[in-house]
Design a protein around this ligand. Structure first.
Ligand SMILES: [Zn+2]
Length: 225
């Protein structure tokens, strides 16, 4: 398990990322963190910008979207990834947590901006109180994109330090693109932690779709006890 480095301990919040050994199987995740399996919420992710608000405990078997947000204690929000960015967000003043899946499509749709607005609109959060962490994902060392993808991401992100040009190739860093978007919404840069790990560089440690077209996933998980 990898813990966000901007996570303080002993505050009722649990947030972590898994690797290929731990995966996303509910029984395994339950044994790792103690949340009952039925309280671990997974979505059918479709590279949308849809953020689902969980406002009561209940039957969650048909969630379709790419972000979850709640202030309910005892639920573990999760996202599955293999190269895309697993984003965990929390505001402990308002006791709200969110989990967001951001590949290039979600980034090009500004899903992290929508998540920040969901904190504000649904829970009266101030952007300056939101902390964000981004787990292992494919990074600029290994992720070159074509002009079309780049222009779609840039259209939502603007200028910033999230790509490099290397041997005439555009190398994109989705964690930094999402950081730029979050900062543009008022989240302080120092509130945002990005894992150093690149999934494509370490296929023995992480599932990487672009490395071997795997259908398996690791995850990001967050909840309030
Ligand atoms: Zn890499």
């Amino acid at each position: 398990m990898i813990y966000p480095e901007n996570l303080e301990e002993d505050n009722g919040l649990i947030a972590f990322y898994t690797d290929r050994n731990e995966g996303v199987d509910p029984e395994r995740i339950s044994s790792l963190c103690g949340f009952p399996e039925k309280n671990i919420l997974y979505m059918k992710q479709e590279h949308t910008d849809r953020i689902i608000t969980i406002d009561e405990k209940g039957d969650f078997i048909s969630l379709v979207g790419d972000g979850l947000i709640t202030d309910k204690k005892g639920l573990l929000l999760s996202i599955k990834v293999a190269d895309c960015v697993p984003i965990l967000m929390w505001d402990l003043k308002k006791e709200v947590v969110a989990a967001v899946h951001a590949g290039w499509r979600g980034t090009a749709k500004g899903i992290i901006k929508k998540a920040i607005r969901s904190f504000a609109d649904g829970y009266n959060s101030s952007a300056s109180d939101i902390l964000i962490s981004m787990g292992p994902a494919i990074r600029w060392c290994c992720y070159s994109v074509d002009e079309r993808v780049f222009s779609l991401v840039k259209g939502q992100t603007g200028d910033g330090d999230y790509y490099i040009i290397k041997d005439d190739r555009i190398c994109l860093d989705l964690p930094h693109a999402n950081k730029c978007q979050a900062v543009s919404e008022g989240v302080p840069g120092e509130n945002i932690w990005i894992s150093e790990k690149c999934t494509f560089c370490y296929p023995e440690k992480f599932f990487s779709y672009r490395y071997d077209k795997t259908t398996e996933r690791q995850g990001g998980f967050i909840g309030l006890r």
